[in-house]
Design a protein around this ligand. Sequence first.
Ligand code: HMG
Length: 388
Amino acid sequence: MKIGIDKLGFYAPHLYVDMNDLAKERGIDPGKFTIGLGQDEMAVPPITQDPVSLAANAAEQILDREDKDAIDLVIFGTESGVDHSKSAAVYVHQLLGLNPKARSVEMKQACYGATAGIQMAKGHIALHPDKKVLILASDIARYGLNTPGESTQGAGAVAILVSASPRLLELEKESTYYTEDIMDFWRPVYSSTAFVDGKYSNEQYIAFFQKVWKDYQEQTGRSLEDFAAIAFHLPYTKMGWKALRTVMEDAPEEVQERLKNNYQISTKYNRNVGNIYTGSLYLSLISLLENQDDLKEGDTIGLYSYGSGAVGEFLSGTLQSDFKEHLQTAAHQAMFENRECISVAEYEKVFEEELPTDGSEKKLNIDEDPAKICLAGVKDHIRSYAVK
Ligand code: HMG
């Protein structure tokens, strides 16, 4: 029985800041951001977009009525959820009009949450092959103005539909994973911005990759030659390359060239969005599938997932026939083309705008946000959403 990814949707807010502008404003050589980190643009969420609305917008573009009736499990991977108690999945379940006979839960382990969701979905589909699982990976990455992490912020969501008739990627049974209690990046419940030990987080990302990749080779007998491409969790687009190049030395030259070329293609969308935490790896997969014409049925794609704190996993899948026809390439390109570049001063103003936390009412101007689903306001500590 096949189990895998049937559809992939992506949504980023309509505002972004140019990394050259941000560098100049911060007195930094722009090359540090565009070459050193590999980031050209950074998505900026207006106050009318939160992780719930971002996820709902990503899912809305891929689901038809048949999907909505067949989904009986909604898993929301996030580390910027809007409530300590109620899961963001329940809000999205309602906003999309999904079948009420469903389970809805939130999954947390930094950027790894959606991968945990995918593995849980595989088990669910194995037991219920006629059902579908919706996985949402949605986050707003905030480190704070003028901090070293500022250049690696971003916002966006990926929606992943898992089923027993996957039209994009059949997920393989083998995967290797690793957990170790480390403090490389974390966000205490009282803080709206993350704390990070930047250099240490880079080192641990690479160390975890080397561990799970070694285990994967031992478990499967595979080597780099067996992969058409490997997509990575991308906190910034140089990061995955820093890890991949550490294991490339013994691979034949043409394999190194192929993986390097496909790695660059897999970073295209992330370069213009920034870190979206749980969705970053899957945005990189979308970027690869939508922008590389040489991939074909049967090709094996590797996926490296990393969530600080930390958990790492290496998983893999094989491309299905005609997968190109089931991507949202045109819609995603249109979304990028219709975004608006804002100045650093405007970005700072948007960054500092916050919802009341004292129960008072705030109605938001959703007319300025072109998204179909928006956060419309808050009253008595309850968020309300609008579907236009
Ligand atoms: P930094 O101190 O601002 O930058 O921190 P740097 O001094 O390390 O420089 C960055 C790169 O730019 C270096 O390249 C420089 O040489 C280069 P490298 O040597 O590393 O290859 N550079 C230049 N290149 C061209 N022209 C120039 C120039 N100047 C310098 N003029 C850091 C950067 C990423 C650490 C910081 O932004 C940060 O702390 N970000 C947040 C943490 C992070 O993203 N960590 C990544 C791994 S952890 C992870 O992936 C998990 C995460 O997603 C969270 C989760 O799981 O939930 C973050």
